[in-house]
Design a protein around this ligand. Structure first.
Ligand SMILES: [Zn+2]
Length: 404
């Protein structure tokens, strides 16, 4: 391996360390990464010079000289994150430290024959309107489907009507920028790994509830993608032999019971009025408002869904043994009504040694999906052996080449 490559990898390791554990002194960096003090001094001088690190406060020390701590500059780079849905796009502009600089929502028709051209145009238009600031490292795209490889980006997404769509290839050619494409739940896990649970845990599970049901598994510090990028299709765990028809074509999948459509079907089977349905998500919001107003039947719909989700979650936890489970997605707005059924069912089915597992429900913002997509790009500089392949090398080159 050439010396410059090794220097690149070591610079990446220093950025990764500071990006995940926070500011450290040069001595601490040398100890953590098993480097000589001289090479830490030289590499951090370069990183300070290129505007990626800054010198912070002096860390008090017992005896000897207080050590100067080094930290990552949040504004050293930015990425655009795009969440693709069946009827619109959400685009966010995010700094290296996760701070959101701007967000946009645009109408989008994935079934149109020129869908990829309109996607590229939406990104180009957003890029043209960006305010001056950090160097753009690349574009991350999150899709509700499976992706062969982040750095290739061929998408299969039945809910978008996409089969073998060359999203990554077309966008890279048109935008002339690094483009990473990933399943949307895996992208959320990438954000959680970079800014959230990944700072303290190497093995955790991300569950999403809302229109669909999804999961992403972070195992030993990496998002587990499976052989073809299809890992995490938790919504299609079979829970009943003759259950309702699922979007995937099978019957009785978890998602067919507890996804938005399943909740609404359960509500109408219990005699709740369905009313004019603008969208499934809004109809579920209305059901949540009824539950909050004390409607026992609406509360029962969520509690029963919670019990089904809880049993399936226990099965998954028993299989993969995560340290913690994080629950995200539009559906967490109604979590207080899912929770009674969920808690009872999940604890009852967990292996005795795991009944105390922490299940953490996070607040949700509609830009969260798109922030996950941006994190695909922003995680790349910290991830020399990561999933981003050749695109990752291009992202790192843009960051290291960036001037303050
Ligand atoms: Zn299914």
């Amino acid at each position: 391996m050439a010396g410059t490559d090794r220097g690149d990898l070591t610079r990446t390791a220093i950025l990764a360390l500071l990006g995940t554990v926070g500011p450290l002194s040069r001595t601490e960096i040398a100890r953590e990464l098993d480097l000589s003090p001289a090479s830490v001094t030289q590499l951090t001088r370069e990183l300070l010079g290129s505007g990626m690190l800054e010198e912070l406060d002096l860390k008090p020390s017992r005896g000897g000289r207080p050590a100067q701590r080094l930290g990552l500059i949040g504004g050293a780079g930015r990425a655009l994150g795009v969440k693709v849905t069946a009827d619109h796009l959400v685009i966010v502009d995010v700094r290296l430290d996760g701070h959101v600089l701007g967000s946009w929502e645009l109408a989008f028709d994935p079934s149109s024959p020129d869908a990829l051209d309109s996607l590229a145009l939406a990104v180009e238009t957003t890029l043209a309107a960006l305010e001056e600031g950090p160097a753009l490292l690349g574009v991350g795209i999150g899709v509700p489907g499976s992706v062969d490889d982040q750095a290739v980006g061929t998408v299969n997404a039945p809910t978008l009507g996409w089969q073998a769509m060359p999203v990554g290839e077309r966008l890279r050619r048109r935008l002339n920028l690094p483009v990473l494409v990933e399943n949307d739940v895996n992208a959320l896990a990438a954000a959680e790994r970079l800014y959230g649970r990944g700072r303290t845990h190497r093995d955790f599970l991300v569950l999403t509830i809302g229109r669909g049901v999804g999961a992403a598994l972070v195992a030993d510090g990496r998002v587990y993608r499976g052989a073809r990028g299809g890992a995490g299709e938790f919504g299609h765990v079979p829970v009943a032999e003759d259950g309702p028809l699922c979007g995937c074509g099978s019957r009785g999948c978890l998602e067919a019971f507890v996804g938005s459509a399943g909740l609404l079907a359960a509500a109408s089977a219990k005699g709740l009025p369905s009313g004019p349905r603008v969208s499934e998500v809004r109809a579920v919001d209305a059901l949540g408002r009824a539950a909050a107003a004390g409607d026992r039947v609406a509360q029962e719909v969520f509690a029963e869904a919670g019990a089904i989700l809880g049993r399936a979650t226990a099965g998954l936890v028993n299989v993969v043994d995560p340290e913690v489970v994080v629950v995200l997605g539009e559906g967490v707005a109604q979590w207080p009504f899912w929770q009674p059924g969920f808690d009872r069912a999940v604890r009852a089915q967990l292996m005795p040694g795991r009944r105390d597992i922490s299940i953490e429900v996070e607040s949700w913002d509609e830009t969260s999906w798109a922030q996950g997509a941006a994190a695909l790009v922003l995680a790349t500089p910290f991830d020399a052996a990561g999933a981003a392949g050749e695109q990752g090398r291009l992202v790192r080159a843009r960051l290291i080449g960036a001037t303050p």
